[in-house]
Design a protein around this ligand. Structure first.
Ligand code: PLP
Length: 411
């Protein structure tokens, strides 16, 4: 029988070639390597340093709010573009945590079902065929993928250690600037853990206004900061509200990944454009979840407790990695430690890519990481590994260190 769908799939998904590619994507490779390693050595614990979400569940306060609100008849309706209580609490949160003043909740803030769908919808608001989106690599690819779906082009800005993992905006050629419509940034950054400075954000505002480019700042990890670096909002910089918007999430700072709640804030016209696309895409997050999110905003201790745990784990992780030969530094934000992959091992193995090293690490030592080969060979260790007590944290790190050292890695 002929395949009815053979010629039905849109070109943006590959057209008639859809589903025929034999390329195996990074996360699938990791999944397969993990499964094979567990099968080969069922008695050895897999140390998963690759996880990109919190190990703690949502706080009791938040869970109880949801439990209380879930059954109330007034919460049953489609929530459309959201409830005012959420917008007001988000504005108050931005002022308290980030010092962003003067936001009008009904004009400058609209919720999203997590920040991922927000990042998918924003290109729909701005990208016409042929427009360019500037994006940092390595990074979270959702807006770039949608830009391509819409017939736009993506111009990559590599995040290099030599530039503190900030993009070099001066390097963008004139003809690209002319076609550029969007600039996607993400600080604290996934995967590098780098943070932005106020000075960098000022430069971004100048670059955006000179070239007529809308800035989308992804602040998914915004509140997770360490060692004196304070949460920094792009919107707190003069002129930012004129050129951009910021996307926030409760996933990481409040341990609420599965709850699917975030918001966009900033320039009112841009927010209105998002609200228009959103209104034609979904019917809003369940009001009880929005109300639970309000209780999270009012209890930022949840974030402080989380930061304390991650900070402690980073201290242990960085020491352990350095003892095994890596050049690790504690980041100022996010929950990721991004380190250069070794060249090989002292007994002659060579790693041509970070992916190759990461796969070897799973098979040889049952340690899972996430590799990045977009701008140098790096692997990402996350401090969200499973450990219920301080002693367990120490055990995991010590065992990871022992295994890494036994590999005699060469850098
Ligand atoms: C940089 C970045 N942005 C956005 C997201 C999406 O977060 P959520 O959709 O849970 O708000 C993630 C998730 O890992 C991320 O790493």
């Amino acid at each position: 029988m002929t395949d009815f769908f053979e010629d039905k799939i849109a070109e943006r998904l590959g057209g008639i070639n859809f589903g025929k590619s034999t390329a195996i994507y990074k996360f699938e490779l990791i999944k397969r390597a993990k499964a094979a390693a567990k099968l080969a050595r069922p008695d050895v614990m897999l140390i998963d340093m690759g996880v990109g979400e919190p190990d703690w569940p949502a706080d009791d306060i938040v869970v109880k709010t949801l439990a209380r609100e879930a059954g109330k008849p007034e919460n049953r309706w489609y929530a459309d573009n959201g409830i005012p209580e959420f917008q007001e609490a988000a504005a108050e949160y931005l002022e308290r945590v980030y010092g962003v003043k003067g936001l009008v909740p009904s004009e400058h803030i609209v919720h999203g079902i997590g920040s991922k769908p927000v990042l998918a919808m924003l290109p729909v608001c701005f990208i016409n065929p042929g427009d360019v989106m500037l994006t940092t690599v390595p990074g979270y690819p959702v807006s770039a993928t949608y830009t391509k779906y819409l017939g736009g082009e993506v111009y990559n800005l590599p995040l290099l250690e030599s530039n503190s993992f900030l993009p070099d905006l001066d390097s963008v050629p004139k003809e690209i600037r002319k076609k550029a419509k969007l600039l996607y940034l993400n600080y604290p950054n996934n995967p590098t853990g780098a943070v932005a400075s106020r000075e960098f954000f000022r430069k971004v505002v100048d670059f955006a206004s000179e070239n007529g480019i809308v800035v989308v700042h992804d602040a998914a990890y915004g509140a997770l900061t360490y060692d004196g670096y304070k949460p920094l909002s792009f919107l707190s910089v003069d002129g930012a509200m004129d050129v951009g918007i910021e996307v926030h999430s409760l996933s990481k700072a409040f341990n609420m990944t599965g709850w699917r709640i975030g918001f966009v804030c900033g320039n009112s016209k841009a927010v209105k454009a998002y609200a228009t696309v959103k209104d034609n895409t979904d019917s809003g997050q369940f009001r009880a979840i929005q109300k639970a999110a309000v209780s999270a905003f009012e209890n930022t201790d949840i974030t402080f407790k989380t930061i304390e745990k991650y900070s402690r784990r980073f201290n242990m992780l960085v020491d352990a990695l350095n003892e095994a030969g890596f050049n690790a530094r504690k980041p100022k934000g996010s929950f990721y430690c991004y380190v250069k992959a070794p060249e090989g091992t002292r007994d002659g193995k060579k790693f041509n890519t970070a992916s190759g090293f990461s796969e070897y690490l799973i098979r040889a030592a049952l340690i899972s990481t996430v590799p990045w080969d977009d701008a140098g060979k790096y692997v990402r260790f996350s401090v969200t590994f499973e450990a219920d007590t301080l002693q367990e944290e120490k055990n995991v790190i010590n065992e990871m260190k022992r295994r890494l050292k036994s590999l005699s890695l060469k850098f």
